[in-house]
Write a protein that binds this ligand. Structure first.
Ligand code: NAI
Length: 331
């Protein structure tokens, strides 16, 4: 097969070259766009990460495209309907890092609950005072887990280790695991009202777009923390800023936020000033990230050595299975 990999670094390239010997391969550290798609328009497979938006315009430019592998769990960057119509198989990496993302979730929670970021910044200012750095214990607090799939369940296991009470909300409930792990499924409304820490682990889709919005923030227990390691657009940024300003939330820990892909490439906006919506979102993001009770990481919840190895292994297996006519991890 002719396979084009986008958003890969040199180490990943080395690994893939070894494992996919016999295929014609092309590598780019850029995301796939309408600008660079011409370089691979005779390829029959592409492999991307989350910043390459795959829509009809892109797939039209690659007429022989048969297989897309995304090196991520989420696949909301790919227009599945278009792929289905065009007979393109799409495979993801369903589980590579439930512990990885869950551990990062707790890194964000602890950064807020124990003022880690504030304390680190003070050190650089030679300020060793403890005023304003009083934290709070997680033991005995209630964590509300929205989405009890692979990652959410691992978050629950860790939360139990901290001695937290766990409540959860999911459209599909796993009653057996709720008994085994000792947590309770409740309605979204009750979860928001009862939780000291709310953490999001649902996929991004129509039903979860702005799940946290002006109305749902009104239901949140005053002084709660919101953690988002799922996808940015699950939270309405404007409503989040408002909830922080009104002190409904005491803090937010964000690995993802709306428009994160734009903030990474802000300079490009200088050449596209007509995009008012993008600019407006960018301003909101800057307001959000300038708050000292917002802890932010640049979409790295998945980014551990072990998880990266598992992602590449599964991607190679996905390609091999497709070549054998037995595609796996099809979404
Ligand atoms: P999963 O598919 O195992 O679990 C998702 C859960 O959400 C399921 O239990 C499902 O029933 C539930 N759900 C779906 N729609 C819902 C709704 N409308 N309301 C309530 N619950 C709903 O997914 P997994 O592996 O736990 O990952 C969750 C998300 O985390 C991914 O979709 C991805 O977007 C994000 N993610 C982020 C990473 C990062 O680096 N920040 C890395 C990996 C995943």
């Amino acid at each position: 097969m002719r396979i084009a990999f986008f958003e890969v670094n040199e180490l990943e390239e080395e690994y893939l070259k070894k494992k996919l010997d016999g295929h014609q391969l092309k590598f780019s550290n850029e995301k796939l766009t309408l600008e660079n798609v011409q370089q691979i328009n005779d390829f029959d497979s592409i492999s991307v990460f989350i910043y390459s938006k795959i829509d009809e315009q892109i797939t039209r430019e690659i007429p022989n495209l048969k297989l897309i592998t995304t090196r991520s769990t989420g696949f909301d960057q790919i227009d599945l309907e278009t792929c289905k119509k065009q007979g393109i198989t799409v495979c993801n990496v369903p589980s590579y890092g439930e512990n990885t993302v869950a551990e990062h979730t707790f890194a964000l929670i602890l950064s807020l609950s124990r003022n880690m970021c504030k304390a680190c910044i003070r050190r650089f200012e030679q300020d060793f005072s403890i005023e304003g750095l009083e934290g709070f214990d997680l033991k005995g607090k209630t964590i509300g887990v929205i989405g009890t799939g692979q990652i959410g369940l691992h978050v629950i296991r860790i939360a139990k280790g901290f001695g937290m009470n766990v409540v959860a909300y999911d459209v599909h409930q796993n009653k057996l695991l709720s008994e085994v792990l000792g947590f309770e499924y409740i309605s979204l409304e009750n979860l928001l009202a009862e939780s000291d820490v709310i953490t999001l682990h649902v996929p991004y889709m129509k039903a979860t777009h702005h799940l946290m919005n002006k109305d749902t923030f009104k239901l949140v227990k005053k002084g709660a923390l919101l953690i988002n390691t799922a996808r940015g657009s699950i939270v309405d940024t404007e409503a989040l800023i408002d909830a922080l300003d009104k002190k409904i939330l005491a803090g937010a820990g964000l690995d993802v936020f709306e428009g994160e892909e734009v903030i990474k490439e802000e300079k490009q906006l200088l050449y596209d000033p007509k995009n008012l919506e993008v600019l407006t979102n960018l301003v909101k993001d800057h307001i959000l990230l300038s708050k000292d009770n917002v802890v932010f990481t640049p979409h790295i919840a998945f980014y551990s050595k072990e998880a990266l190895e598992r992602i590449l292994e599964t991607t190679v297996e996905n390609i091999a299975a497709f070549v054998l006519g037995k595609p796996q991890n099809v979404v």
